[in-house]
Ligand binder design. Structure first.
Ligand code: 5GP
Ligand code: ZN
Length: 114
């Protein structure tokens, strides 16, 4: 059994509200949403964060972004717009060390982020 929370969501050991899935990625609703629509898109293969990614992870990283696009389409965010964010390490507030893209939408989002 993996000790990684998001690997356990991939293997269905921990439930999540899945909104999009293919061979490469899983997208599910964040447990503590900070926007009306807030989903996380993760690669099924464990990589801790962008800062830990290898040059050979280019396909995985591309699949996460395409997964974010597909999740946003399914959730009706395209017309209004949305944000895709990946936190890396402590200063960025990363709390789960399995790479994930936050897809945020459904309201006007402030910039710069806090
Ligand atoms: P980070 O802070 O690492 O960028 O984002 C981790 C996100 O995972 C947070 O927004 C947090 O609410 C979410 N999260 C933490 N544990 C769980 C969980 O068990 N299920 C789901 N669906 N989201 C989680
Ligand atoms: Zn993992």
């Amino acid at each position: 059994m993996s000790s990684c929370l998001f690997c356990r969501i991939v293997s269905r050991e921990i439930p999540a509200e899945i909104v999009h899935e293919n061979d490469h990625v899983l997208a599910f609703r964040d447990l503590r949403p900070v926007a009306p629509t807030h989903v996380l898109v993760i690669p099924k293969r464990h990589v801790a964060a962008v800062r830990e990614a290898e040059d050979t992870d280019v396909e995985l990283l591309g699949q996460v972004m395409i997964g974010a696009r597909d999740a946003a389409r399914k959730l009706g965010l395209v017309a209004g717009g949305y944000r895709v964010v990946m936190n890396n390490g402590d200063d960025a507030g990363q709390t789960v060390f399995h790479l994930h893209a936050h897809v945020l939408g459904g309201r006007t989002l402030a910039w710069p982020p806090g």
